[in-house]
Write a protein that binds this ligand. Structure first.
Ligand code: PHE
Length: 348
């Protein structure tokens, strides 16, 4: 068993399955978002929670945070829509499970939740990051996450194409949620040529239009003929079936768990596609939230920390090149070393 603790409870108010997975507290309090999403069955939510919480341990370690990894998943039955009362109930149920861990784990926003939901959780436990700014939290973390992705794209382009200049490269963003939309704005500001974009939600066309982006469907976006693909939606999109169809030269984006399984990193490598590990690229949200809420830094100071994600990625890509391994393997071994050292299993 790799995880320290896994709680699975039927919410007292909501009756819904609430899963909190604490993967590791070796480096400090475990952190990781609260995902509110539909799953065929609660066991699928559990599988997701186990993988996502393990990834959070590596993500925190690589971001240099004194934190471990955890994750909350509320597994909604397919098609279930929560009204305001049901939402409150489930968030209070989540809060009670988190409170029972006594501070070993703190949550934050993730797919399906936002700052207002964190304020609702905070009514019953102090362990919730990213409450709205006027409620005393650090607010929406998606802008900081996008800043981290932008810094990553510069590092990636420098390594793959020899120049960090984003105006000299073409991009496709798969998913225009909060992070994807912010990133589109940042790429536009950086002078990138029209970005290819897609989202399962057709309403996002307006966001695309504002930035002169080229709208397409998700399948075409995945296989777009661009320099860099930016996965910004759900994970698991890079598979043995999809990798042969890709036409990009490099990939970096905020989506969690982009590879369906670790071996897919080898397939990308074999095709000469440089993949920036999502556990490095997507850390902007946790870096910003912990800097503001735990270290009491200003949002500006926190954002400077977020930009350092670019340097971390550059080092990992260089290590991978020098040791003829994949960036995924280089990132994982760096993370494992940091965690093992903290657990006293390895001499410093
Ligand atoms: N979605 C973020 C993550 O899992 C959640 C988070 C943000 C957690 C900020 C804590 C603080 O990376």
């Amino acid at each position: 068993m790799e995880h320290e603790r896994i709680l699975i409870e039927r919410g007292q108010r909501s009756g819904l399955p609430i899963i909190v997975a604490v993967h590791s507290t070796a480096l400090g309090q475990a952190i990781g978002g609260c995902r509110l999403a539909a799953y065929p069955g609660w066991r699928d939510g559990l599988t997701d929670a186990l993988r996502l919480s393990a990834a959070m341990t590596d993500k925190c370690a690589l971001a240099g945070l004194p934190n471990g990894g955890g994750k909350t998943v509320v597994a909604l039955p397919p098609g279930r829509i929560l009204d305001d009362t049901a939402r409150r109930d489930v968030l209070h149920d989540v809060a009670d499970v988190i409170a029972s861990l006594g501070g070993a784990y703190a949550t934050g926003p993730d797919m399906g939740t936002g700052p207002d939901d964190m304020a609702t959780i905070a009514e019953r436990t102090p362990y919730a990051f990213c409450r709205p700014v006027d409620a005393g939290g650090s607010g929406d973390s998606s802008e900081a996450t996008a800043v981290g992705v932008l810094a990553s794209l510069q590092a990636l382009c420098a390594e793959r194409f020899g120049s960090p200049d984003l105006s000299a490269h073409t991009f496709a963003i798969l998913g225009l949620g909060r992070v994807g939309a912010h990133l589109l704005g940042l790429l536009d500001e950086a002078g990138a040529p029209p970005v290819v974009v897609s989202d399962v939600d057709e309403n996002k066309r307006t966001v695309a239009g504002k930035h002169g982006a080229t709208w397409t469907d998700p399948q075409r976006c995945l296989t777009a003929d661009v320099d860099v693909l930016v996965p910004a939606a759900t994970g698991g999109l890079l598979t043995a079936a999809s990798v042969p169809t890709l036409r990009c030269a490099a990939i970096a984006g905020p989506a969690n768990n982009q590879l369906d399984e670790p071996a897919t990193a080898g397939l990308l490598h074999a095709r000469g596609i440089l993949w920036a590990p999502d556990i490095v690229v997507s850390a902007g949200g946790i870096v910003h939230a912990t800097a503001v809420e735990l270290r009491h830094e200003t949002s500006g100071q926190a954002t400077a920390r977020v930009r350092a994600i670019g340097e971390t990625l550059a080092e990992i890509l260089r290590t991978a090149r020098a040791t003829e391994t994949t960036p995924a393997a280089a990132a994982r071994s760096r993370a494992r070393n940091l965690v093992a050292r903290a657990s006293g299993r390895l001499a410093p």
